[in-house]
Write a new protein. Structure first.
Length: 214
């Protein structure tokens, strides 16, 4: 049993699981102050994950899990072989799913900063752009949410497919952080948690600064 997912990555992952329904419900119930707070928290988490992708543990670093597109496609074509999972981190296809999810979440959060409609509050940066652009960004914010729902559905289907077809449990390692691997697989380096707290503080401070610009 090898520690492959550090607690910052796991905390980020499960915080997203909680925040996305919270963002949806606060929007549906028109609790826009709570919606804005959840958005601020999401922005802080995303900024932290971007930093952790460059300075964090081996399995969290973008350079370690973003394979070339041909390699990712080759991985998908070989899924039917049922080969055992011997990777310490994301597989090539999963790495691109993570990248797409992060990019889409960041775009969704940033467009929310310019939100403008006739019912709810304005975003903290809405007044920095003309009204027409703010309305266009608001429309894009709604479109990106629908795209995000599709991506989340694909992510869940992939987890189910790996479990049923390949007998690979992707959920338990994200809960415990540990994974059963052959002795020949190098143990990933785990970054210090003091660094994680420092980067999280910087990300939270940046998000709070943007929120207070209103």
């Amino acid at each position: 049993m090898v520690l492959v997912w550090d607690w910052p990555v796991r905390l980020f992952h499960w915080a997203l699981v909680a925040l996305l329904p919270a963002l949806y419900l606060t929007w549906r119930w028109n609790w826009m102050e709570w919606h804005a707070l959840a958005g601020d928290a999401l922005l802080a988490l995303l900024l932290f994950r971007l930093l952790w992708g460059f300075f964090g543990s081996d399995t969290a670093r973008f350079a370690r899990f973003l394979a070339s597109p041909p390699i990712a496609l080759r991985h998908l074509t070989h899924l039917s072989r049922g080969e055992p999972d011997t990777r310490a981190g994301h597989n090539p296809a999963g790495g691109w799913m993570v990248a797409a999810m992060l990019a889409l979440l960041l775009a969704q959060t940033l467009t929310g900063l310019y939100l403008q409609n006739d019912v709810a509050n304005e975003g903290p940066l809405t007044e920095l752009v003309p009204a027409g652009i703010a309305h266009a960004i608001t429309a894009l914010h709604a479109i990106l949410w629908n795209v995000l729902l599709v991506l989340v559905a694909l992510h869940l289907l992939a987890i189910l497919a790996y479990a049923v077809v390949l007998r690979q449990d992707l959920v338990r390692p994200m809960l415990t952080g540990r994974k059963l691997l052959p002795a020949s697989v190098p143990v990933p380096r785990i970054a210090g948690y003091a660094l994680a707290l420092l980067l999280l503080g910087c990300a939270a401070g940046a998000s709070a600064f943007i929120a207070l610009m209103v």
